[in-house]
Design a protein around this ligand. Structure first.
Ligand SMILES: *Cc1c(COP(=O)(O)O)cnc(C)c1O
Length: 433
């Protein structure tokens, strides 16, 4: 490996040391947090560029600072590539991350106190979909829906019943811990029936949509919100795709002279943010270019093949999975019948080099602080080049950890070493590429 951080190494060894340790850790463990993957060196080069210095409040062609000819070039590249990638009419690439992007959605569409429909975090939704500790649950009223506790699937008839009874002004279709596909067309029918906005939050599944292995929300939704990191492998940032014209302009915004795209832009800047992070936007543009390639589509498809192979291998060993398996990039091991908790299992797995997180399962009887589930995802392993046959090995390690959970310290060093050796046979983007 060539020296990546020569200046830090000499001038700030404390930071350098921690970066090296993290790189070593990530090169010797199975990174199975469902929301993570590996950004490429070209993404990191763009993010580490001199655009970190530039102020560019406003949008391309309409800045409040001078000297933005090349900044406009960067932002236009990112916007155009985002539109091409998703077939969207309008793109805003300025949100600092996924949560600020969602904040902008609220500001563009609603008034504080409005009712929105979203999944609680405990059911697999995101904080920003109306969860009570977040601004979204404090400034707006969440009408909850979620997967059926028996089947683990979202029942669209139930969603419709709740929507008709509660008549929210906006519906979130998006999840952080749901292993199945979302039916945006059915969500759109429901939203139209009650004159509600439909917003898809594809932070977790953007690459699956690009690869054509998850339904496409863009034709059905007023706004689509996403992160650029997670499986998209860009920098930590958010972006918003939208229609240009507002379906409910006359009903909800009759006095506004701005269309939907303009309201989204105004909500991001100056509504919520100041200067855009141009270095990060450069990294997004680099990630979008890669995402437009056939190689990326193969990656997106392989993520799901790997998750399905892992799910099958675990079920063959007698493990229960929430919702009976997966159609996406993640699966949730269901330990409701075991006497150990999700937290026990995720700690034991981490000791052995399998890094995931504990997670509620549908119908969980345990508290959110311990849970009965562990969420595992395949994007990072897929970025390393793993295939279905490798998932068989991963399942065998997971099984050994769970079988030995009450004497984990005895078995951990050996498993940790086997996994470290296994990881050496793969090239890790951004680390050993
Ligand atoms: C990760 C995620 C976000 C927020 O992303 P941050 O960048 O962490 O703020 C939003 N929505 C969903 C569904 C997510 O999974």
């Amino acid at each position: 490996m060539t020296e990546r951080y020569p200046h830090l190494k000499v001038e700030d060894p404390e930071i350098y040391d921690l970066i090296q340790k993290q790189a070593e850790f990530e090169s010797t463990t199975l990174k199975m947090i469902a929301s993570e993957s590996f950004a490429s060196l070209r993404v990191m080069e763009a993010c580490g560029s001199i655009f970190t210095n530039k102020y560019a409040e406003g949008y391309p062609g309409a800045r409040y600072y001078e000297g933005n000819e090349f900044a406009d070039g960067i932002e236009n590249l990112a916007r155009d590539r985002a539109k091409e990638l998703f077939g969207a009419e309008h793109a805003n690439v300025q949100p600092y991350s996924g949560s600020p992007a969602n904040q902008a959605v609220y500001r563009a569409l609603l008034k504080p106190g409005d009712k929105i429909m979203g999944m609680p975090v405990s059911e697999g939704g995101h904080l920003t979909h109306g969860w009570k500790v977040s601004f979204s649950g404090q400034d707006y009223v969440q009408v909850p829906y979620g997967p059926d506790p028996e089947t683990g699937h979202i029942d669209m008839n139930k969603v419709r019943e709740i929507a008709l009874a509660e008549r929210p002004k906006m519906i979130w279709a998006g999840t952080s811990a749901y292993p199945h596909l979302l039916d945006y067309s059915a969500f759109a029918d429901i939203a139209r029936e009650i004159d509600a906005y439909l917003v898809a939050d594809i932070a977790h599944i953007n690459a699956l949509i690009i690869a054509g292995v998850h339904p496409d929300p863009v034709p059905y939704c007023d706004i689509v919100s996403s992160t650029a990191h997670k499986m998209l492998r860009g920098p930590r940032a958010g972006f918003l795709l939208s229609k240009i014209d507002d379906r409910y302009q006359q009903k909800y915004h009759a006095t506004s002279k701005f269309n939907l795209a303009q309201r989204v832009d105004r909500a991001v800047f100056p509504g919520l943010q100041g200067g855009p992070h141009l270095h990060i936007i450069a990294g997004m543009a680099a990630a979008f270019k890669f995402a437009l390639s056939d190689e990326f589509k193969d990656y997106g498809q392989q993520i799901v093949k790997n998750a399905k192979a892992l799910a099958a291998a675990l079920m063959a060993r007698g493990y229960d999975l929430a919702g009976g398996g997966t159609d996406t990039h993640l699966l949730i091991l269901d330990f409701r019948k075991k006497d150990f908790t999700g937290k026990d299992a995720s700690k034991a797995l981490a000791k052995c080099g399998i890094i995931g997180n504990f997670n509620m399962v549908p119908g969980d009887h345990r508290s959110p602080f311990v849970t009965s589930g562990v969420r595992l995802g395949t994007p990072s392993l897929t970025s390393m080049g793993m295939k279905e046959a490798d998932m068989e090995k991963v399942a065998a390690w997971i099984d050994r950890v769970c079988q030995n959970i009450d004497k984990i310290d005895d078995v951990a060093p050996a498993i940790r070493q086997e996994i470290a050796d296994f990881c050496k046979s793969f090239k890790i983007p951004g680390i050993s590429e």
